[in-house]
Design a binder for this molecule. Structure first.
Ligand SMILES: [Zn+2]
Length: 139
């Protein structure tokens, strides 16, 4: 398979998409899938911590004063909100994988260039390339 010629330097037309090779798409898919698995493991871990906290609350709450109970409730709430945010990130990665199949994922919304695989792996919900992101932040 011939590599597509790099036309990016020729003319900057944001509407025109550069091409992404099948191999690169596979790399993104693998990175996203790995990320999803990581997040799922983290989610399971958090859920078991919640269960543990809940069990602690039930088993050794006899000698607790109000402050202890408060701390435990707080910890549990923290864990639950952590679990929810992980859940949210899993959903983002799953959506990214769907969009990748449709060919609508991994392109900078601002300049139309492909977003590097590494960036997508770290931030599956990224919609801008690093350059454009920095420009946005500077405004
Ligand atoms: Zn860009």
């Amino acid at each position: 398979m011939a590599k597509p010629a790099d036309t990016r330097t020729a003319g900057r037309k944001p509407a025109v998409r550069a091409t992404r090779s099948a191999a690169e798409t596979e790399k993104i898919r693998a990175a996203l899938a790995a990320r999803r698995d990581e997040l799922r493991a983290e989610y399971d871990q958090t859920l078991s911590e919640i269960t543990e906290l809940q069990r602690d609350r039930l088993t050794d709450s006899a000698g607790d004063d109000q402050a202890d109970t408060g701390t435990k409730t707080f910890e549990r709430e923290q864990e639950i909100s952590l679990a929810n945010s992980i859940r949210e990130r899993i959903t983002q990665v799953e959506r990214a994988l769907e969009r990748l199949d449709e060919g609508g994922y991994g392109w900078c919304e601002r300049c139309g260039n492909p977003i590097p695989v590494e960036r997508l792996a770290a931030f599956p919900s990224a919609t801008l390339c690093v350059t454009c992101k920095q420009l946005e932040e500077r405004r």
